[in-house]
Design a protein around this ligand. Structure first.
Ligand code: ZN
Length: 337
């Protein structure tokens, strides 16, 4: 069978998986993304995590039909060069990631956009399986998106599906991208944390930062938000409600344009908050849907944390068996002769 590897390169962690021909995980591993050094150090860490996943699956990396990588930044799929990775240090210039990993792992390497490969995985193996068109919405530090139309990924000129930067309010809140009024400026966990810190400094009471410290964190992780919400923290609920309203407007606008059959919600915050919040996103979309008597299905990702790495593995073309068959056939023919 065609055993393949997949690596999801994230801002905080590297997730690797080895899957069988059907895309089912045989072994996986994860490690924090190194934040000192540069792309060469990140590539080295990626190789190490993939090797660990391969060991868990009982194979050597060189035995894999290939390794796929889902990467942030600008990805040149043809050359395997990645540039402008804004959330990792010293990675503005192009770095030959595919070539470096192929050398280290001694197998072919294919690279795609991280969010798009996660959407492809949901479309082929996850919550999007029954549908031929869908929108993936990954609600985490930022808000990423992926589009599948008629069973095929739509990447535009390479930068499609930046759903986090749909404008939900002209002249609105400042987005981490520098522009104003983007959905991510309200719904991204990074922007939510920045607002929570500002309001807390101005005297607004909240349990968010106590929970963060209790957990030994220095950021408001998805787990911190979840805990604060279950404790009924007023500020957490207010900021989540604000995020849900922005998601409702932004995702519904995208649906008005594309008329996809389904929206699949993933990402750190989406997965952590789960089904009840997916229902709230669905409700928040309703007032903005033009075709509101026929809304799309809105579903939680079923591949979860491994989706990005599984989607990356799907970038590797299945190994063609024809040459092997031809060889054995010619052997037999020569023996018979
Ligand atoms: Zn933006």
């Amino acid at each position: 069978m065609s055993t393949r590897g997949g690596i999801d390169l994230g801002g905080t962690k590297i997730q690797a998986v080895v899957v069988n021909g059907a895309g089912r995980p045989l072994g996986d591993a994860r490690a924090p993304t190194p934040h000192d050094g540069g792309p060469a150090d990140v590539a080295e860490a990626m190789s190490a995590v993939l090797r660990e996943a391969a060991t868990a699956a009982g194979v050597e990396p060189a035995e894999l039909s290939g390794v796929g990588v889902g990467s942030p930044g600008d990805v040149d799929a043809a050359t395997g060069v990645v540039s402008n990775v804004v959330n990792l240090p010293n990675w503005a210039a192009g770095f030959p990631l595919a070539e470096t990993l192929a050398g280290a792992l001694r197998t072919q390497v294919a690279i795609g956009n991280d969010v798009q490969v996660a959407t492809n995985a949901e479309a082929r193996l996850g919550a999007g399986k029954p549908y031929s068109s869908l929108l993936g919405v990954f609600w985490g530090t930022g808000v990423g998106g992926g589009i599948v139309l008629n069973g095929k990924a739509w990447v535009g000129r390479g930068a499609a599906a930046e759903i986090g930067h749909m404008v939900v309010r002209r002249g609105g809140a400042r987005c981490p991208c520098g522009r104003r009024g983007c959905m991510e400026a309200y719904a991204g966990r990074g922007a939510m944390e920045a607002r929570a810190r500002r309001l807390n400094k101005r005297g607004r009471r909240t349990r968010l930062f106590e929970i963060m410290e209790d957990r030994g964190r220095d950021r408001l992780t998805s787990g911190v938000w979840e805990r604060a919400l279950t404790q009924g923290d007023g500020l957490a609920e207010e900021l989540i409600e604000r995020a849900l309203k922005a998601l409702g407007a932004g995702v519904a606008s995208a649906v008005n344009l594309l008329d996809v059959e389904a929206v699949v919600i993933g990402g750190g915050l989406g997965l952590r908050l789960g089904e009840p919040y997916v229902r709230r996103i669905r409700e928040a979309m309703m007032p903005h849907l033009f075709n509101d008597d026929r809304p799309p299905a809105v579903e939680l990702s079923t591949l979860g944390d491994l989706g990005g790495a599984i989607g990356a593995a799907l970038l590797v073309p299945a190994r063609r068996k024809a040459p092997a068959k031809a060889a054995s056939l010619s052997e037999r023919t020569s023996q018979e002769a």
